[in-house]
Design a binder for this molecule. Structure first.
Ligand code: SUG
Length: 452
């Protein structure tokens, strides 16, 4: 008998430069909070609290380190010269937006790091991961190279895992990873729903539609998924224009349960039917109509950007929804989630968590995690010390408290002390997570050039 799959979530550790730079048009929270002071330390601790909470539910939890930001190799690649300090000062004067882009801590939203298909679903029986090129936003496109390197290091065992490079960087193949992908499953295995916003023939929304159909198709091929396990569905352009820049802003699924807003997908009735046909069993759907939950409220409070987790319980297994506190504080989103627990027997509880630092940049609980369904043997084959336990949790909190600032404004990104703090912190982190020299500054001498 095949070894059973278990839930494993990788969360992105929030980086020391977490700030509100207004870099993502179409992401309303990012635009509204532009220039507000951020609190990187609180952001990282809120993320660790979420990881600890998920672990306390009996679900395996792992962590991915933040990327190096400001990304000095990019400044050098774009023609800036001299020491780190000189490059930062020159970029701050000549290219303020560029400095913000190379400084974003956006790699924390690891739902955008890659798309994943578990070994039970793929033709070759390996777990596949395709790094996302994140080509729609410059600050996010800088993540792909390091993400691939990191995933190849962690999922190094090629007999069990296949880590694919990102698709070629072009608007036509813009790929946002698991934020536009949902895996449902039934007795006959997994069915993968790929949401896309535009295609070669049409770009129907006013605000940027990030995921292309052609990218989704390529990702499904690379994941080695048989056609009968795949469904492609177009995001509703009205939803995108209302601020649903990824499909996970308006829908989330687990097992044979799916909750969505009516503006998540075009022709959702037909899509749901197709999913049910592919699953070979009834799909339990809770749909919010505009009259029950206006799109604007769904986008600002993120009830659909929750994690729906299968957790061990007395009678085998139950589902817990991990939602942002913002969804508890709004009467309409709270009532909707309460309706879900009433109507879906398998959902036993909603836990609301404080994630305001990430939420202010448009990232809820589901954005902060990459689901990697794995067998116990596969979890055992992971490299590095990334599976969270009490000791690692304690060490990471101490590390954050030692190295992170509690206030940062976009103008502080040019502060030459900040990059020093970051380099020391990340170097220490790689030792803590036993990752070896994974950052380019640890091997190439690219950064760390002090001013004379
Ligand atoms: O890509 N925000 C991220 C939020 C990603 C949310 N992910 C999911 N829905 N899965 C983005 O728009 C804002 C950064 C800034 O403006 O400083 C940002 O990149």
């Amino acid at each position: 008998m095949a070894e059973p799959l278990g839930e494993l979530n990788f969360d992105g550790l929030v980086g020391p430069t977490h700030n509100f730079a207004g870099l993502s048009p179409g992401n309303l929270a990012s635009t509204h909070n532009r220039e507000a002071p951020s609190n990187p330390r609180a952001a990282a601790l809120q993320g660790l609290d979420k990881m600890a909470h998920v672990r306390s539910l009996g679900v395996a939890q792992a962590v991915l380190p933040p990327q190096l930001r400001p990304h000095l190799p990019t400044l050098r690649r774009l023609g800036f010269r001299g020491s780190d300090e000189q490059m930062l000062a020159a970029a701050a004067t000549a290219e303020r937006t560029l400095l913000r882009r190379v400084s974003s801590a956006s790699s924390m939203w690891v739902a955008n790091a890659a798309t994943v298909a578990p070994s039970s679903d793929t033709r070759d029986g390996r777990l596949h991961l395709v790094t996302a090129n994140l080509n729609s936003m410059l600050h996010r496109s800088l993540e792909a190279d390091f993400t691939t390197r990191l995933l190849k290091r962690l999922f190094a065992d090629e007999h069990r895992f296949a880590v694919h490079d990102a698709l070629p960087g072009s608007e036509a193949l813009s790929d946002e990873g698991a934020a536009n992908h949902t895996r449902l499953c039934g007795a006959s295995g997994g069915v993968h729903l790929f949401g896309w916003g535009r295609s070669a023939n049409q770009s129907p929304s006013r605000l940027p539609a990030r995921q292309s159909l052609e990218a989704s198709r390529a990702v499904a091929r690379l994941l080695d998924l048989p056609d009968e396990r795949v469904v492609f569905a177009q995001q509703d352009p009205v939803g995108i224009d209302g601020g649903a820049f990824h499909s996970d802003v308006l829908l989330v699924g687990n097992r044979n349960f799916l909750m969505l807003h009516e503006r998540a997908l075009l022709e959702h009735e037909a899509v749901l039917q197709q999913l049910e046909d592919r699953l070979g069993e009834p799909l339990q759907v809770v749909l919010a109509k505009e009259t029950e939950l206006p799109l604007s409220v769904a986008v600002s409070c993120y009830p659909f950007n929750s994690q729906v987790l299968s957790v061990p319980s007395l009678n085998g297994e139950t589902m817990v929804i991990v939602a942002p506190k913002d969804a508890e504080e709004n009467a309409l989103t709270l009532q909707f989630l309460q309706r879900v627990t009433r109507e879906v027997d398998a959902v036993s509880r909603i836990d609301f968590l404080e994630l305001r630092q990430s939420m202010r940049n448009g990232g809820g609980p589901a954005c902060l995690r990459l689901r990697v369904p794995t067998t116990a043997t596969e979890r055992g084959a992971l490299q590095g010390r990334v599976l969270l336990d009490e000791t690692l949790d304690r060490e990471l909190r101490a590390w954050v408290n030692r190295h992170y600032r509690d206030q940062l404004e976009p103008r502080d990104l040019a502060d030459p002390l900040l990059i020093r703090e970051v380099l020391v912190a990340l170097d220490e982190l790689t030792a803590l997570l036993r990752l070896g020299s994974v950052y380019e500054f640890q091997t190439s001498g690219e950064c760390g050039r002090m001013a004379p």
